[in-house]
Structures are given as structure tokens and as C-alpha cells.
Design a protein around this ligand. Structure first.
Ligand SMILES: Cc1cc2nc3c(=O)[nH]c(=O)nc-3n(C[C@H](O)[C@H](O)[C@H](O)COP(=O)(O)O)c2cc1C
Length: 372
């Protein structure tokens, strides 16, 4: 299946894959979709530089993208150095109590302290953009809001298209007004930060609201039938995030004693009811695997999450401790409701071949019914 997004992005199939893994992003691109690498995990600029160099060397000259988290609104001063001072004692105590209850000690002295919320900050995202523009990226996507106008202009000057995620039709219209080229209409079912409106309702609403601008459907898409349904709703293609987490190329840390990925195993066993939309990671609602950690934050004795960016600061150390000490009960990951259909580990190439075969099957079925 080819749509205008294929011409626009220079790809074979209308499948765009967001992933924090360069190995997976490169594999998606090589398989004829477009891999979009998430920049947020790179809290050091040289690590992003290395990941982009990896992409350049592993995409066979095919197009790939980069996703940043850059809020359009810049808070004056951006990162007050004493932000931690705004976190009250009951919140700090609650985090320590939960970790003690599950037997999670502090990080050993020789382990690097977590970078906190560096990559969430506007100023740091600007540095990431500066590095990215030196690489042959084809798409620059922004997670939380429209990118600033000058960033859009810089991208356009280099022939790079700009995408932005939207969970409401009004957000999509604002993106269009500021010059964004592609809207990612991301519904409630999605992994990561997500809004209230489901993909089924959101996609046609946004297609109508942006009147001709290309739209990618996102949230709850993990089969070819769901891709076909997205196209039927008016989208030009799909943007998928969760499905790649259980691919063979994804090195999802931490690993248990025999080398298996603890989180991958949890994902493979999870059903579509095992996710929760919680503010525990950042202070804004995001969908993730339901764990003892998310349960603790919803329990009666919880003080409730702090607003962004304080919650991210509050839990940065706890998350690093949970990962380092490999606490199975507390470990989780952002993932969408499609997790219930992520039941085996296959290479990206096979996953995309399976999706394409399912698209044909779904369209064939509908065509046969229509011709009856
Ligand atoms: C592990 C994970 C991390 C994510 N991080 C980001 C991010 O940094 N930036 C972003 O734009 N979207 C992020 N998302 C959301 C995806 O871009 C995508 O919109 C979403 O996964 C689509 O829904 P699905 O999970 O049902 O496929 C993330 C999703 C997952 C599963």
C-alpha cells in the first residue's frame, strides 16, 4: 500500500515507527518504513551524536527521523538550579518508603547519578536540534506541543519535514498554523504521554480539522487490520511506538541473570488491561505498564504526583535505583494498550512483513464484503 506520505517521506510503506532504540529505528527504515529515534534518553549531547552516527551508518542511505521533546513555551530561566527545593518532605518520604518496602537500596557510589530531567528542558532540546541538523535526518518530530517557529524554519531550510503529536483537534490546528508539515494524531490508547480522546474518534476529527495536511494515526496500532482501519479513517499512514519494544533488535534493559530482559518478559505476558495512564513519570498523564510502582502512587497513602517538571525530578533517583537493582515488581516502561497483542519476539523485518500481509488481508476482506 502506498499513500502520499510515502512520496513525502521517500519511504516504501506508510509505516513510521517511533522508538528510543537506534538499532530498532535503523531496522524500521531498512525494512521500508521510517524509523524515528527518540532523543529524550540522551542526556549527554555526545551520546546523541553517537546514536545519529549509528543511524547514518545503518540505514542504507534511506530516510530516518528524530523526535525531541521541546515545549514551545519557554519558562524564563528554563532550569532553575534549585528546582529540587520545591519538592516537599512528604513526597520525598513517600518515595523512600515505597523503595524500602520493596527492598531497593540506594545506588552504589561508583554508579553515575541520574541526569534528572535534563532532556525535558527547552534549552537542552535546542542543543539536540543543533546536532540533529548536521545529520541527514528527513523528519524532525516534537512530542509536547508545536516546535518553536525558528526551529521549524531551520528544519525547512534544510529540506527537513516537521511533525508534531496532537491529542486534540485544537492542538493539531495550532501545529498547522505554526507551519508543522505532518500531524501525528495520537489517541488515548497510546504508550507514553497521551490525552483523553481515543484514536477511533481523534483521527477523523483531526483529518477534518487540518483540512488537507497529512495525518499519521497513532495509539493502539499493532496489526495490519488497525493500519487499514487508520487509512479508512482518513489517515495517510501510521505512527507506531509500543510494538517495537518486543522486537528482537530492542535491547530493553535491565537484563536478568541469564541475560533475558526483565521488562520484555513483563510486556510479553501483559494483557491490554495491564496498562495505566499515570502522572508518576513526569507529572503529566502518560500510559505505561501497570506495576507495583504505579499502584503505590494510586494507593490511599500516596501524596499524589507533583506537577511537571517536579515529579520527574522527584522520581529520577528512584527510577535509577529500581533499574540498577532490577526490582521486578517495580520495573516498568511506557507502553500502550496494544501490549496485549505483543506476544512474541521477532525481528523488525518480520514484524513489518506481517503487518503488510495483514493490511492486504483486511482490505481484501472489506472489499469482498463491499462487493457482495
Ligand atoms: C517506550 C515509549 C516511549 C515514548 N516516548 C516518546 C517520546 O519521547 N516522544 C514522543 O513523541 N512520543 C513518545 N512515545 C509515544 C510514541 O511516539 C507514539 O505516539 C505512541 O507509542 C503510539 O501509540 P502506541 O504505543 O499504541 O503505538 C513513546 C512511546 C513509548 C511506547
Amino acid at each position: 500500500m502506498r499513500t502520499r506520505i510515502c512520496e513525502l517521506l521517500g519511504i516504501e510503506h506508510p509505516i513510521v515507527g517511533f522508538t528510543p532504540s537506534p538499532e530498532v529505528a535503523a531496522a524500521i527504515t531498512r525494512a521500508g518504513g521510517m524509523g524515528v529515534l527518540g532523543a529524550i534518553r540522551y542526556t549527554k549531547i555526545e551520546e546523541l551524536e553517537a546514536a545519529l552516527a549509528y543511524m547514518d551508518a545503518n540505514v542504507d542511505g534511506k530516510p530516518y527521523g528524530l523526535d525531541i521533546v521541546m515545549p514551545m513555551k519557554v519558562v524564563p530561566g528554563d532550569v532553575p538550579s534549585d528546582l529540587g527545593a520545591y519538592i516537599d518532605v512528604p513526597h520525598r518520604r513517600f518515595v523512600e518508603d515505597v523503595l524500602a518496602r520493596f527492598g531497593v537500596p540506594p545506588l552504589p557510589d561508583d554508579v553515575e547519578k541520574p541526569a534528572g530531567i535534563t532532556a525535558w528542558m527547552h534549552a537542552f532540546a535546542r542543543q539536540q536540534v543543533e546536532v540533529a541538523l548536521k545529520h541527514p535526518i528527513k523528519l524532525l518530530a516534537n512530542a509536547l506541543g508545536s516546535p518553536p517557529k525558528d526551529v521549524i524554519d531551520q528544519a525547512h531550510a534544510k529540506g527537513i519535514l516537521v511533525a508534531a503529536l496532537a491529542g486534540k483537534a485544537a492542538h493539531a490546528v495550532s501545529h498547522k498554523d505554526v507551519g508543522v508539515d505532518i500531524i501525528v494524531a495520537q489517541g488515548h490508547e497510546a504508550g507514553g504521554h497521551t490525552g483523553e480522546v481515543t484514536t477511533m474518534v481523534l483521527v477523523p476529527e483531526i483529518v477534518k480539522a487540518v483540512d488537507g495536511l497529512p495525518v499519521l494515526a497513532a495509539g493502539g496500532i499493532g496489526t495490519g487490520a488497525q493500519i487499514a482501519a487508520s487509512i479508512a479513517l482518513g489517515a495517510d499512514g501510521v505512527w507506531m511506538g509500543s510494538l517495537w519494544l518486543t522486537t528482537a533488535e530492542y535491547d530493553l534493559e535491565p537484563h536478568g541473570p541469564s541475560g533475558y530482559s526483565i521488562v520484555k518478559d513483563k510486556l510479553l505476558a501483559a494483557t491490554s488491561s495491564d496498562t495505566v495512564r499515570s502522572k508518576v513519570v513526569s507529572g503529566k498523564p502518560a500510559r505505561m505498564l501497570k506495576t507495583a510502582w504505579t499502584d503505590a502512587w494510586e494507593a490511599k497513602d500516596s501524596p499524589g504526583p507533583l506537577p511537571m517538571p517536579l515529579q520527574g525530578l522527584l522520581v529520577a533517583d528512584a527510577e535509577a535505583r529500581i533499574r540498577h537493582h532490577q526490582n521486578k515488581e517495580l520495573l516498568g516502561v511506557p507502553v500502550g494498550q496494544i501490549v496485549g497483542q505483543m506476544n512474541d519476539v521477532k525481528p523488525v523485518k518480520e514484524v513489518i512483513a506481517r503487518l503488510l500481509a495483514e493490511v492486504d488481508e483486511a482490505i481484501g476482506r472489506v472489499a469482498r464484503l463491499a462487493n457482495r
